[in-house]
Design a protein around this ligand. Structure first.
Ligand code: UT7
Length: 323
């Protein structure tokens, strides 16, 4: 059977780093509160000349370099983002143009923080369905542009950045030992849409709006939803937590990551945590975490890796792949 195998990965971060202490003069907060409640120590914040498209392009170029490929080799670009450069066209086509790519096709995917997990699962279907052989999957966000910088309950949590993977079709035996995407489970439930949303949009207010979140409510649902969808993925693949080499979760809150890993029986040393460095970068958080763990030599060819995310909608999902 055809498998979607990771050929390369890349990341890009805005130049400017904002430390927790930098918020202390802006809103009533403290480094101690942010670290204790979230695990976040710093985040990158885009300058005027850094956008979802420019960060996504940089991450895509890094992923292509690491794959030893050029844009000419790519058939499809899927960009996971909730902070597109414009309402339309899709920022994916802007990245396509920036890459000098005038063949194939490109589209955006909007599942907020779960966007990258949705996009990898979707790319896998395009590859296995024969519509594309090589896909650039990008998660790129500039949440700093939709934050209410006077709201301490949200502005300290998010950051900007981008990450990307190149997936390529390869014949596999159909076994768990194959490289590539092995299983995926996706979920959403719009009954929770008012717990994490943006209070504007083209068809309602005609404005972009600001992010609003009932953090405690999101927290309350997160661990149960994450562990459910991961157990479904384990069931589909016929594995247990002990078989995993690495758990790369969405990076929203260290307490959510720890509680999910504990509930699933995933050993602490197998969990990749980058929320301290990047904050919550929504659809970019999983590929950014992957890029850190690949660069420092933790994730290696042949490792069994579990990706997971949960966010606005609610949306949630997991992808199991062999690197
Ligand atoms: O990526 C999409 C998914 N999103 C998430 O997973 C986020 C999930 N939620 C969370 O991570 C947590 O709920 C937060 C980090 C957002 C908040 O942590 P919490 O432990 O749930 O705190 P809380 O909302 O219950 O607030 C506790 C207190 C409140 O004060 P009172 O009511 O106890 O007086 C807040 O007003 O902390 C206050 N507070 C702050 N204090 C200092 C809220 N934000 C801040 C802040 N600095 N930045």
């Amino acid at each position: 059977m055809i498998r979607s195998v990771v050929r390369g990965n890349g990341a890009a971060l805005p130049r400017r780093i904002m430390k927790n202490a930098d918020f202390e003069g802006m809103v009533e907060t403290s480094d101690e509160w942010i670290v204790q409640r979230t695990g976040i120590r710093q985040r990158h914040v885009a300058a005027d000349d850094e956008t979802t498209a420019s960060l996504g392009e940089a991450a895509a170029r890094a992923a292509l370099d690491s794959a030893g490929m050029t844009p000419a080799d790519i058939d499809l670009i899927i960009l996971a983002t909730s902070t597109p450069n414009n309402t339309f066209p899709a920022t994916a086509v802007e990245i396509q143009n920036r890459l000098g790519m005038h063949h194939g096709f490109a589209f955006d995917m909007q599942a907020v923080c779960s966007g990258f997990v949705y996009a990898v699962a979707t790319a896998d279907l395009y590859i296995r369905g024969g519509l594309a052989r090589r896909v650039l999957v990008i998660g790129s966000e500039t949440f700093s542009r939709i934050l209410d910088w006077n709201d301490r309950s949200t502005c300290v949590l998010f950051g900007d950045g981008a990450g990307a993977l190149v997936l390529e079709a390869q014949e596999g035996a159909g076994a768990i030992t194959d490289r590539g995407v092995l299983a995926a489970s996706l979920r959403s439930d719009g009954a929770h849409k008012d717990k994490l949303f943006v209070d504007g949009g083209p068809s309602t207010t005609g404005t972009v709006g600001h992010l609003r979140m009932e953090g405690r409510e999101v927290f309350k649902h997160a661990v149960g939803m994450i562990t459910d969808v991961i157990e479904a993925t384990f069931g589909e693949a016929g594995i247990t937590a002990q078989d995993l080499d690495w758990f790369v979760p969405h990076q929203a809150n260290k307490r959510i990551i720890d509680a999910s890993a504990r509930k699933l029986g995933i050993a602490e040393e197998k969990v990749v945590v980058t929320v301290d460095l990047h904050g919550n970068t929504s659809a970019a958080s999983v590929p950014l975490a992957l890029s850190v763990a690949v660069a420092d030599g933790r994730i290696k060819k042949g490792d069994l890796v579990l990706l997971e995310a949960m966010g606005g909608g609610f949306t949630w999902g997991a992808v199991l792949l062999r690197w």
